[in-house]
Design a protein around this ligand. Structure first.
Ligand code: RB5
Length: 146
């Protein structure tokens, strides 16, 4: 699938590793920046990746900053986005199965590269289970219309 990815300066190094992992898994990756470790503002980049997912240009997305918090809050401001901040494999799997998350956020200053790549693998190999979870997601997304 086509995956949008973005980061700030704090997430740049991890983003490079995640891009390689996504390609190894057979995905196409569109990189929305940032492209170096110079200090920058995470909303500028996370919003681009989130908009690409919301528009359908990309099927899913990954955003990375120091904590993962700034990029996840930013992505979740874009209509249609369900961005899950995950720092463990169980949550990454469950957010796909139960929340049908379409974006993954991680904090490069919180977890190491090895765990981050396992989280990416879990997120992108887990499928939405549907059923009772559909109703809950519909209630969640209805809030965007209020
Ligand atoms: C940048 O210093 C840092 O604030 C950013 O990477 C992120 O952690 C924000 O949530």
């Amino acid at each position: 699938m086509k995956i949008a990815i973005a980061c700030d300066h704090g997430g740049f190094k991890l983003k490079q590793a995640v891009i390689q992992e996504l390609k190894r898994l057979g995905h196409e990756v569109e990189d929305f920046g940032t492209y170096n470790e110079e200090s920058c503002d995470y909303p500028d980049y996370a919003s681009k990746a989130a908009k690409a997912v919301a528009s359908g240009e990309c099927e899913k997305g990954v955003v990375i900053c120091g904590t993962g918090i700034g990029v996840s809050i930013t992505a979740n401001k874009v209509k249609g986005i369900r961005c899950a901040l995950c720092h463990d494999v169980y949550s990454a799997k469950k957010t796909r199965q139960h929340n049908d998350a379409n974006m993954l956020a991680m904090g490069a200053r919180v977890i190491g590269e090895g765990l981050a790549l396992e989280i990416v693998d879990a997120f992108f190999t887990s499928e939405f289970e549907g059923g009772r979870h559909i109703r809950r997601i519909e209630k969640m997304m209805a809030l965007e219309k209020e």
